[in-house]
Design a protein around this ligand. Structure first.
Ligand SMILES: Nc1ncnc2c1ncn2[C@@H]1O[C@H](COP(=O)(O)OP(=O)(O)OP(=O)(O)O)[C@@H](O)[C@H]1O
Ligand SMILES: [Mg+2]
Length: 270
C-alpha cells in the first residue's frame, strides 16, 4: 500500500501547494513512483504542473478529480464512465503522475450534501491505482470541507505548512483538534508528520517570535528545515517546473532538506 501524505491548513497562502508540488517532484527524482493529487478547487497544484490549455483539453476529454468524486455533471466536467487511470496525467515530472483538479469542486459540499459515505469517495476511486504508487501526495484547499476530508480519510499521514505571521499561527491548534475529531469519528488512523515553517522572510510583524513560539509550543513536531520566501518558487510554478529544475541553488537545498525530513518522518527510505 502507498504511503499517503496530505498537506493541510485552514489558512490560505501558507505554501501548501508549493510544498506539495516540490515534495512530489523530489520523491519522483529519487525514483519513488509518486502520484500528486490536487483536491483543491483552486486547481493550483494542477496549474503548477501543466499549462491551462493542456488542462482544458484533458479535463474536457478525460475528466478530473471532480468526476471521481461524483460531482453532478457540469458543462466542463463531462464523461460518466471515466476510469481513474484515464484521468491521471502521467509524468508531469520524472516519476510523478498528476490527478488534476477542477473548479467544479467549489460546490462539492452542496452537490454531495446528502451523499452516503461522501468523505471516502476518493479512497474508493483511487483503490484501483493505489498499488501503482509508493507515495501519494495530496494538496488540500485551505479549509476542512469535503475535498480535504476525502484526502484525510485516505491518508496515512498529514503535514501542516505554516507561515510565521500572527494570523497563520493562530489556527494551528484548532486545525489539529478538528483533524483529531474527524479521524476519531471515522475511526481512522492518521499520523502527524509535522509542521513546516514556510515562506519565512515574507514581511510580517513579529515573525521571529511567532516562529519561536511555534517551536516551543509544538516541539519536535516542527521540522528542523525551513522554507524561505524566494521568488523562484512562484517562478517555477508559473513555468510548470519544480524548484529542482530552476537555477536557484538555495531554494533547491531548502526543499530538498524539507523533503528528506518529511520522508524520514513518514518512514520512506530513499
Ligand atoms: N517559499 C516561497 N517563496 C516565495 N513564494 C512562495 C513560496 N511558497 C509559496 N509561494 C507563493 O505564494 C503563493 C501562495 O503559496 P501556495 O499557493 O503554495 O499556498 P497555499 O497554502 O497552497 O495557498 P491556498 O491555501 O490558497 O491553496 C503562491 O503564489 C506561491 O507561488
Ligand atoms: Mg494551495
Amino acid at each position: 500500500m502507498a504511503t499517503i501524505l496530505s498537506f493541510v491548513n485552514l489558512k490560505g497562502g501558507v505554501g501548501k501547494t508549493a510544498i506539495s508540488v516540490n515534495f512530489a517532484a523530489f520523491c519522483g527524482s529519487k525514483g519513488l513512483k509518486t502520484l500528486l493529487v490536487d483536491t483543491d478547487p483552486q486547481t493550483n497544484a494542477t496549474f503548477s504542473c501543466i499549462s491551462v490549455p493542456n488542462w482544458k483539453e484533458h479535463s474536457s476529454k478525460k475528466g478530473t478529480i471532480a468526476n471521481l468524486m461524483g460531482m453532478r455533471r457540469h458543462t466542463s466536467a463531462q464523461g460518466t464512465n471515466v476510469t481513474t487511470n484515464e484521468i491521471i496525467i502521467e509524468n508531469v515530472f520524472s516519476n510523478v503522475d498528476l490527478l488534476p483538479s477542477h473548479l467544479d469542486l467549489f460546490t462539492i459540499d452542496l452537490d454531495l450534501a446528502g451523499a452516503i459515505a461522501r468523505e471516502s469517495k476518493l479512497t474508493r476511486a483511487l483503490s484501483e491505482v493505489m498499488n501503482n504508487y509508493q507515495i501519494i501526495v495530496c494538496d488540500c484547499p485551505p479549509n476542512l470541507t469535503i475535498p480535504t476530508q476525502n484526502a484525510l480519510a485516505m491518508s496515512t499521514h498529514f503535514a501542516v505548512p505554516v507561515s510565521p505571521d500572527f494570523l497563520s499561527a493562530l489556527g494551528i491548534g484548532i486545525l489539529l483538534n478538528r483533524v483529531k475529531d474527524f479521524c476519531g469519528d471515522l475511526q481512522h488512523d492518521l499520523n502527524h508528520a509535522g509542521i513546516i515553517l514556510s515562506r519565512i522572510g515574507r514581511p510580517a510583524q513579529h515573525r521571529d517570535e511567532i516562529a519561536e513560539d511555534l517551536r516551543s509550543t509544538f516541539g519536535d513536531l516542527v521540522l528542523n528545515s525551513e522554507i524561505r520566501e524566494r521568488v523562484v518558487v512562484s517562478e517555477a510554478a508559473s513555468q510548470n517546473r519544480s524548484v529542482f529544475q530552476m537555477p536557484n541553488r538555495d531554494a533547491k537545498l531548502e526543499f530538498k532538506a524539507c523533503s528528506i525530513e518529511l520522508l524520514e518522518r513518514i518512514g520512506i527510505e530513499i
